[in-house]
Every structure is written in C-alpha cells, then in structure tokens.
Design a protein around this ligand. Structure first.
Ligand SMILES: [Zn+2]
Length: 279
C-alpha cells in the first residue's frame, strides 16, 4: 500500500499576515528573486498580500475568518499551528531565545484555542526553521508531534548532545514552489515526480501551500489528487500516524537536525541527519 499525508500550509491566514515583508527578501536573500520570478509570486499572492506588513497594518486573519478554520476541522481534517508571525519566525528564529519563541507559540495557541475550543496538538515550523531553542519552547506546550524539518521519516530530533523527546514527522517530498520552473519543470512534471516517489509500504509527506496549489495551480493539484485517489493511494492524517508511532516509541529512531539547502529553495532549512538507533 502506498500512503501519502498532505500538509497544507496556509501562510496568509495565520497570525498577523506579514507576508508583505517578503519584499525585503528580494534584496537580502540570495536566490529569492529568481524564485519569486519563477513561481510568479505577485500573481500567486496578490498585490495586496505582498504589501501587508510593509505598507498596511498586518491583519489577524484567523481571527477575522474563524468560521473557515472550524469548517476545515468539521470536514475531518487535522488542524495544527504553523506559527504566529511566519516572516518573523522564518527570518529571525536562528537568533531567538527560547522565551521569545515561546511567546510566538503561545500567541498562536491562544488564538487557535479561542476559535476551536481546544488547543492544537500539532505544530509545523514556518519555513522549516528549527533550533534547539524552538524545540525547547515547543516541548512546553502539549504538542503530540511536530513537523519542523525536511527528511525521510519520523524521528526524535537531536541538537548536539541534546535529544528532544518530541516526535518529529518531517516533510519528505519536494514542494511545488521549489520544483516549478527548475530545469523547465511544469506542474504536470511535478505531479509525475510526486507520484513516482510513492513506494509500497511507505508513508510520504507532501507540503502544499494554499497560496500556490490552492490558487494558480489549483487545477493541477486537483489532477494530482484525482490520480492518487483513482490509484488507491491511502491518505493519512499525521496525527493518526503520530499516535501509532508513539504507541511504540522505542521503534522510532533518533536523528540529528542539520542545516541544509534544497534545490529550488532559497536559504537553509532544518534537515534530518542520518538515523541513529535509540540510546
Ligand atoms: Zn509556511
């Protein structure tokens, strides 16, 4: 059986939408401009979104659309937190002490709890940025698992000698915004690539972006979902998988978290290092 879990990042609907600050990254981050042009970000995000946080006051979007979050939950999807201020986390996490990260997490959790009536049990880091301080902060909230890194399978993360007893389920597949346009790839090529990466007996984790697969590439994404469904691929919720894994935690390996780069993505991301058996 081939299995796939899909994480949907909604980057413009959580916390203050500071995605307008992405404009800064055009100038400060190597590789960001080519990516913006390749994926035609102004078209993807809409001009208004690109100016949020720089020209207009940042709106709290989940608060202004609470019904949407409840609707997604009622449809049977798992909901988790993807940070409070995406741009702040993505650009400054490396320098944030645990207390500052904790403030971000608590802010998001407070809004989530207010809207949903219960606390989120899953967290996925903005921009796959993860540090020892952010894991320490995440440990203080009752998340049953986190999904902060890029890798190849579930593990308990380690920074240096410090092992964190919090289950990490990494994103295992490349994202559409990374591969689109890379060596001339089309959305169709991307779908094909994702499809060919699914192997029997394995669960792969794909991250999609509401602003990419949910907008300009909506039809291509729908085609991928249709193909997966037709071919009997089993869709998994990460929370369900986490529960199964945590029933036998000794079978889950540990692995170091290392900084790495990915084809088509600007900057560095937290990556799963080689698996180690548990100590
Ligand atoms: Zn995101």
């Amino acid at each position: 059986m081939k299995r796939l879990a899909i994480k949907v990042d909604v980057d413009t609907l959580a916390g203050p939408d500071n995605s307008g600050q992405a404009i800064w990254r055009l100038f400060t981050r190597k590789g960001f401009l080519p990516k913006m042009l390749r994926t035609r970000a102004p078209r993807l995000y809409g001009l208004k979104t690109l100016t949020y946080g720089t020209l207009l006051p940042a709106p709290l979007i989940v608060v202004s659309e609470p019904g949407l979050l409840r609707q997604v939950g009622a449809a049977g999807h798992e909901l988790g937190i993807h940070g409070y201020d995406h741009v702040h986390w993505q650009d400054h996490l490396a320098r944030l002490p645990q207390e500052a990260v904790q403030v971000e997490i608590l802010r998001a959790q407070k809004i989530f709890t207010k809207v949903m009536g219960y606390g989120a049990t899953a967290f996925a880091a903005p921009g796959w940025q993860c540090t020892a301080a952010s894991l320490a902060a995440l440990m203080t909230e009752n998340f049953s698992y986190v999904s902060n890194t890029r890798g190849y399978g579930p593990y308990f993360p380690r920074f240096g000698r410090r092992l964190f007893p919090i289950l990490e389920i990494p994103t295992t597949l490349p994202t559409m915004d990374e591969l689109l346009g890379l060596n001339g790839r089309t959305a169709r090529d991307f779908n094909q690539e994702i499809y060919s990466r699914l192997l029997p007996g394995q669960v792969e984790v794909l991250t999609v972006h509401a602003e990419v697969e949910g907008r300009v590439y909506r039809e291509d994404f729908a085609r991928l979902l249709d193909q997966l469904q037709t071919d009997g691929i089993e869709f998994r919720r990460l929370g369900d998988w986490a529960q199964e894994l945590l029933a036998a935690p000794q079978a889950v390996p540990t692995a170091p978290v290392q900084e790495g780069t990915l084809p088509g993505r600007a900057g560095t991301v937290a990556c799963q290092g080689p698996s180690e058996s548990q100590i």
